[in-house]
Design a protein around this ligand. Structure first.
Ligand code: WAQ
Ligand code: MG
Length: 244
């Protein structure tokens, strides 16, 4: 069977003069069969046009045929959840779970989340050197070419969890990946997660204050374990379907 990859990204120009930049508004990636391409495409455009981050002035939809032979099938990470009373406790839990690998980002986190907010992709943070490895810091590294296996459904609304478990599973399987730290940039969505092959996908029910837009993803990578290039290549090019 032939599959099609669909990718959408939408952005808005913000700032004045020298400070002008493209702020990421919304993005989505799917892999679907021929008969679902049109409906999924329409749903993506609707999503871009109705996003809480604002009205996009640029929407890009890319549709590519891909061969079944190129697709890797992965089992979804096992899911657990942690309830907390406050978002501060949530963040403490997250750092506790990741442990040693997160030491370098703990102090800087609020600053890092302000930086990730306008980004289309994630930060790729090398725990061996404490440096960022994305070729383009404003864009970040975006995991693409992924979907849940047999996902023919078109969600009329974004399902944060369903999308995140797919993304987190692909990311956890990338060469050299140690853990992922995620807080949504949607102001009204306060649940976040940490994930890795060892931890699985751990939902933490409160990770930020309601109404706070600062969020994003930090991929904690270890350059002693793999080459950054191989990791980025996997995230951006490898086609995967996740058994959920
Ligand atoms: N690859 C890399 N980074 C991404 C990607 C991607 N495919 N998609 C989003 N990001 C980055 C980007 O900087 C976004 O601004 C940021 O993550 C947040 O994305 O179990 O909704 O789509 O209920 O707002 C977690 C679900 C939801 C928790 C996370 O993220 C749960 C969420 P959002
Ligand atoms: Mg968002």
């Amino acid at each position: 069977m032939d599959y099609y990859s669909l990718k959408m990204r939408a952005s808005q120009q913000v700032g004045e003069g020298e400070q002008k930049y493209e702020q990421h508004i919304s993005g989505a990636e799917r892999i679907v069969g021929h008969d679902n391409v049109e409906a999924v495409c329409a749903a993506m455009v609707r999503r871009a046009l109705t996003h809480s981050k604002g009205d996009p002035d640029f929407i890009n939809v890319k549709i590519e045929k891909i061969s079944e032979d190129d697709i890797q099938i992965l089992d979804a990470l096992p899911v657990t959840r942690i309830d907390v009373d406050t978002w501060q406790q949530g963040r403490d839990k997250a750092f506790e779970l990741i442990g040693e690998a997160a030491v370098g980002i703990r102090e800087k986190l609020p600053e890092l989340l302000r930086e990730t907010f306008p980004m289309r992709g994630a930060m790729l943070y090398d725990i061996a050197t404490g440096t960022r490895l994305e070729p383009d810091h404003e864009r970040g590294v975006r995991a693409t070419y992924m979907d849940a296996l047999h996902s023919s459904v078109v969600d009329s609304q974004k399902n944060h969890f369903n999308e995140a478990i797919v993304l987190a599973t692909k990311v956890a399987n990338a060469p050299g990946m140690v853990a992922e730290f995620c807080i949504s940039d949607d102001p009204n969505y306060v649940t976040g997660y940490v994930a890795s092959k060892e931890l699985g996908y751990v939902r933490i029910m409160k990770m930020k204050e309601m109404g706070d837009e600062n969020g994003g993803r930090i991929f904690l990578f270890d350059s002693r374990k793999a080459k950054a290039e191989d990791c980025i290549n996997y995230l951006q090019k490898k086609k995967v379907l996740i058994k959920v």
